[in-house]
Design a protein around this ligand. Structure first.
Ligand SMILES: C[S@@+](CC[C@H](N)C(=O)[O-])C[C@H]1O[C@@H](n2cnc3c(N)ncnc32)[C@H](O)[C@@H]1O
Ligand code: SF4
Length: 232
């Protein structure tokens, strides 16, 4: 068993394969809890659909005890968890909440973050298996989505060196849109040099579908070519 994946996740995965392949049963076992622990954020990325008022009003943020209760209940069925948001590290209690997830034996535990508060909340690294830090380009003078490219490069460089010592893995997550399609190879090289993974996602609209500019016209063509390049 890979040190980053838990036995309960593996069991549910195998059960799901059997259900799909041999039993035609679509009542699958859950694999991961995507926990939107807050909809507050310290950034305002141009493409983000997750920090709008409609979320904050609809899903009122719960306190520490309530968050722990939610994790406790979910753990009865779900083997792994990814903390996302909004910006999870903005919560004062995030270290305590992630530690509690560890005590509940969620495996793996992932954290999706914009990285800016990582130095203040470094203690989260003691209890996570995967950390996803968002960065859309390493090209100078470009701060895609409003992210601070230079600061993020420094942060990713710093924490990539701690991956083995602290037993976690980093991936850089990049949102592709018409502005950065051609910058992905440089980002991939940057990731490779630091021994971190690169994941990509097309910019999605509010219906969670790729935005039109990536489906049609010149940008659509470039986008498909870039995906072929990444697959290769
Ligand atoms: C919603 S954020 C939450 C975690 C953290 N605040 C961050 O930015 O990494 C999780 C991931 O979703 C991506 N994301 C945000 N808006 C998106 C959109 N419209 N389409 C695709 N991905 C998006 C972000 O770039 C980030 O990598
Ligand atoms: S940092 Fe994450 S949650 Fe915040 S605005 Fe950007 S994508 Fe949205």
């Amino acid at each position: 068993m890979n040190q980053y994946f838990g036995i309960d996740l593996a069991k549910n995965f195998v059960k799901d394969i059997v259900k799909i392949r041999f039993l035609s049963n679509s009542n699958l076992e859950p694999l991961i809890l995507a926990y939107f622990i807050t909809f507050r954020c310290n950034l305002n990325c141009s493409y983000c659909n997750y920090i709008q008022e409609r979320f904050e009003l609809k899903y009122k943020e719960v306190n520490t005890q309530q968050a722990k209760l939610i994790l406790h209940q979910c753990r009865k069925k779900v083997p792994s968890v990814a903390f996302t948001g909004g910006e999870p590290l903005i919560r004062d209690d995030i270290v305590e909440i992630i530690q509690f997830a560890k005590e509940l034996r969620f495996k793996p535990i992932s954290l999706f973050t914009n990285g800016l508060l990582l130095q203040q909340k470094e203690a989260v690294l003691e209890n996570i298996d995967f950390i996803q830090i968002s960065l859309d380009s390493v090209i100078e003078q470009k701060n895609h989505g409003n992210r601070d490219r230079e600061k993020l490069i420094e942060i990713i460089q710093k924490y990539s060196k701690l991956q083995y010592k602290k037993n976690f893995k980093i991936n850089i997550n990049c949102v592709i849109n018409s502005e950065n399609i051609e910058e992905i190879p440089e980002l991939l090289n940057f990731a490779k040099q630091l021994n971190v993974k690169l994941t990509v996602c097309p910019e999605l609209n509010e219906m969670a579908e790729p935005v039109d500019e990536l489906k049609n016209g010149e940008s659509g063509k470039k986008y498909r070519q870039m995906i072929d390049y990444l697959l290769e």
